[in-house]
Design a protein around this ligand. Sequence first.
Ligand code: NAD
Length: 260
Amino acid sequence: MTAKTYLVTGAASGIGAATCRLLTDRGAQVIGVDRDQPGLTRMIDAGNCAETISIDLADAMAIQANLRGLAVDGVANVAGVGPDAISPELIFRINLLAPLLILDAVRATLAPDAAIVNVASITGEMADDSMDSNLVDPLAADFLSRITQIVTDGPRAYTYSKRALIDQTRKMAVTWAPAVRVNCLSPGIVDTPLGERSKVFSWTEKASRRIPLGRLGIAAEIAEVIAFLLSPSASYIIGASLVVDGGYVAAQGARRSGRP
Ligand SMILES: NC(=O)c1ccc[n+]([C@@H]2O[C@H](COP(=O)([O-])OP(=O)(O)OC[C@H]3O[C@@H](n4cnc5c(N)ncnc54)[C@H](O)[C@@H]3O)[C@@H](O)[C@H]2O)c1
């Protein structure tokens, strides 16, 4: 990954921070994006990012102003908020709209053979299809007002923001190929600040007993798969939604429903 430059969002904590560290260790230049300025400073001080950009990804104008035209070899859209975020609107803005707006902002300046990884969630993988007709065009002007009338609580907003991100990734993967490889990764329960907070809402301590591997994931394990999907080793993977969950989804016997 030497001589490659990657944009990684959510760089100040958890999976994003682990991704920055790993890519940097492998010789890449990493531009870390987060709203947590002290966290970004720590990443620079530790040598885990070459450069950082502090912005609030809920702010579409800030994304345009700061990221449009960045020349990069790849993007890892990792930043996200959990079901406990302040409002469903914020969850959709950060988890769904921000990745799409970021990719739109850098599309024209992506390097040849660039790769994209969007981080979704197993909640999106396991979600029912009841909301699919409302999730088709997230960048439409009335999307947020429409969806937040229907999805009014944090856990459902989280689930459907991630389901929509998986579906948008698949569509984008088809449209952007062969110039750009676009993929998605759905982590299970990962031991990060977000994972810890989310347990209060949707997981119990018993969850780890339902994971065939018998434990939560660690951020570095997810970062390994992000780095793989960004790398030339994943040259034939496009439009995948890779589940990295210690076997949780398989153990639920869950089937994705209603997907093309
Ligand atoms: N931890 C888990 O169990 C788990 C499970 C499934 C999916 N995920 C997904 O993995 C991704 C990373 O989560 P994590 O567990 O590392 O969480 P985390 O809380 O450790 O890190 C999230 C990062 O995103 C940043 N962020 C949040 N809102 C932002 C905004 N508006 N603007 C800029 N930066 C913002 C935070 O500051 C933080 O640094 C998220 O998309 C999350 O939904 C996590």
